[in-house]
Design a protein around this ligand. Sequence first.
Ligand code: BES
Ligand code: MN
Ligand code: ZN
Length: 499
Amino acid sequence: MEYSVKSGNPEKQRIGCVVIPVYASRKLSISAKIIDKASNGYISNLIRRGEIEGDLGNTLLLHNVENTLCDRVLLIGCGREKDITVNTFYKINHTMVKTLQSTGATEIASYLTEITVKRKDINWKIKHSIEAIDEELYKFNQLKSKKEETRRPLRKFIFSVNGRGQLMQGELAVRHGMATSAGIHLAKDLGNLPGNICTPTYLAAQAKKLSKQHSKIKTSVLEESDMKKLGMGSLLSVSIGSRQPAKLITMEYMAGDKKQAPIVFVGKGVTFDSGGISLKPGGGMDEMKYDMCGAASVIGVMNAIAEMQLAINVVGIVPTVENMPDGLASRPGDIVTSMSGQTIEILNTDAEGRLILCDALTYAEKFNPDVVIDIATLTGACVVALGAHPAGLLSNHNPLANDLLSAGQASGDRCWQLPLWDDYQDQLKSNFADMANIGGKGAGTITAACFLSRFTKKYHWAHLDIAGVAWKSGTHKGATGRPVGLLAQYVLDRLDSEK
Ligand code: BES
Ligand code: MN
Ligand code: ZN
């Protein structure tokens, strides 16, 4: 999709369709008033006749409106003007795309940028319009033998800005929006690929491909033999039950000051989680192909950062394995030694995410990180606690947690903090090793984070449990690309605060 910004009145746009907001109780927006005036009251006449109320989701498509240069005017109901939130702004954009798709228009001028969204500026609206449009248009059909063709696909969106003074920053917003959206797209594609294609080896190849596309990204991959030398007995205990070899991927993007300590992202990359010997029940097990969505979000956000050409140092680490019940697989009761030297009693082979993350988190120390953020589809308990709206957030450093909470608010890709109190650590006691890999009944998301916290003592660390947000089940089954939006926003906010 092509995106750009432009200033100018709606009636003067020579284009396939101009999209105009109208508000509840038949209230005209500024651009609606302008078109109304140009067309001698055509819009207000229609509204008086009750053709559109302006409620959220209403649409009205008009053709050949008098004294306008566009082929069509699409009126979009936005609800009460004062009530428009981040979520409603997304819905409005989705409605716009859905409606436009059933018209012949391919080039669009959107005046939805004039809508007031609480505490958001024009840049935010441009950026999030792009994300919302791409979200609505996303399809995963690379593995279908017959591709559905859209008759006249949308090609171009031009966002209206207020005067020439807003053009420059508007263009930057377009660039950032497109980069973030491309990162989300990549994360979705990786997530949606099935386990027989998206293996640890495949993820490693994708990360290497990224370094070919962006000269600033340097990718290296550790093999099982390398990990053995480093003492990653915990990570390797998971992959030993699979024919697929484990990989530890590192993507370094060092475009900031040499002395600046990097932000390190660590993403769980279990390309299929059968549970291992503690086998999962059969129903819905296909969705465990999504157990690498943390990894996908790290690869996606690295791509976004490189496309935005941000002057910052960021490292992405992806431990990736497949969790299978092979003859060599770990048994419940097995004890392994992690890279940190701490021993772990594996009481449940299905709590494998933490087993691979703990070694990757120890490995992260070598980058002398400013902060480490891990992203993982770690616990079903997180879905029970928070559902599909926010990711779970746990951290050993409150300023970092607050930064992530506000990046979540700003991006709309939200997270919600749970307590990482020491009181929960007792649940990980083992009679035979330094710790068990499960915490028993109660607070499963917190005890999983408690487990990880034992490997993150040397730096500021936050954990995002994305089990509830990384993909959708049911008829709209598919990866969401979350939390690429949140992570990209966090990095952008960090750059802003340095200025
Ligand atoms: N990948 C799963 C977590 C998961 C389950 C995410 C369902 C989304 C939906 C993880 O590896 C796992 O199996 N966790 C176990 C932990 C338990 C054994 C302590 C779980 O949540 O049941
Ligand atoms: Mn599991
Ligand atoms: Zn898992």
